[in-house]
Design a protein around this ligand. Structure first.
Ligand code: C5P
Length: 296
């Protein structure tokens, strides 16, 4: 019996934080070898996909984002259709809620969610391994978002080993603070060259952190939380280091910049503690950026 294909789908596109981002060195291809521990965050952009029309028609609520082949959502849909030699048309709307250039992987998540959505819309012709291969060609962080699970990633970030939820984070909550300006990922990596120690990390830190998070001891794990890309970001934007220290001094169990920035995240004991911390943060720094609290 032939299964009816959906005409239209609504998908939630999550974001992430890097609990650890340890750069191991620059590679011959210009990318950086790294090890990272990534944690999904339950804050979402929304993507609707509908079969119909001709080619790919992308719209977006965010005026700054292109809606042509410069947009990762467009490129993901295009790669999927080309792989199948499908001449079908698709209309996609992207509703951005997560800030841009924030170190939260919003755009990467959008690309992965589009791949998953396209596959569903066209009857799931591709296994996850095939989606993973397309994802890795589109961007280093994109494969992670196909799984919606914590992971340890290596290579340039595209080699993903999925993990069970970390016992150390059970019941905890995130506070995410975006300063109101973004940081470009290529800029961060280029400027890492000025910080040789941060550029040439020792391998093994990611596995160590994962083991600690798996035993449930967040206090010990907190000592291992690290991001090499804080070095160039804090040098250019000292306010980010103020954010990090303020959060830690006011009750956060952990605070760190995520990815290439500019978002700082804190981990609090529970959602109420995260909300209290957000209030303190606002009274100290004002209400100019983007602040969110969410259960892990
Ligand atoms: O892979 P993605 O397109 O997300 O990377 C954006 C940019 O970040 C790359 O062009 C590169 O400059 C830098 N990058 C890097 N090493 C990585 C990941 C990203 O140098 N592992």
């Amino acid at each position: 019996m032939r299964r009816e294909l959906p005409m239209r789908l609504e998908k939630k596109s999550p974001c992430k934080v890097n609990l650890l981002l340890n750069i191991l060195g620059k590679r011959a291809d210009g990318f950086h070898e790294l090890e990272t521990v990534m944690q999904p965050v339950n804050l979402f952009d929304e993507i609707s996909l509908e079969r119909g029309g001709e080619g790919i028609q992308l719209s977006c609520n965010h005026a700054e984002l292109p809606t042509d082949s410069k947009n990762l959502v467009y490129r993901a849909a295009d790669a999927f259709l080309k792989l199948h030699n499908l001449r079908a048309g698709v209309r996609i709307h992207l509703q951005k809620n997560i800030p841009l250039a924030a170190g939260l992987g919003g755009g990467s998540g959008n690309a992965a969610t589009t791949l998953l959505g396209m596959n569903e819309l066209f009857g799931s012709p591709l296994p996850i391994q095939a989606l993973d291969s397309i994802a890795a060609t589109l961007g280093s962080d994109i494969p992670f978002f196909l799984y919606d699970q914590p992971c340890l990633a290596t290579g340039r970030g595209e080699k993903v080993s999925t993990l069970e939820n970390f016992p150390a984070l059970a019941g905890k909550a995130f506070l995410l603070s975006h300063p109101g300006f973004g940081i470009s990922t290529p800029w961060s990596y280029q400027n890492l060259a000025r910080f040789p120690e941060a550029l040439n990390g020792q391998t093994g830190r990611a596995q160590k952190l994962v083991s600690l998070l798996q035993t449930g001891d967040l206090q010990t794990a907190a000592g291992e939380i690290y991001n090499s890309l804080e070095a160039p970001a804090f040098d250019k934007f000292p306010v980010l280091s103020l954010y990090k220290n303020f959060l830690r001094e006011n009750g956060a169990l952990v605070s760190l910049m995520s990815g290439s920035g500019s978002t700082t995240f804190a981990i609090a004991e529970n959602l109420v503690a995260a909300e209290n911390l957000a209030e303190k943060f606002k009274s100290q720094f004002g209400d100019n950026g983007w602040l969110a609290t969410v259960k892990i």
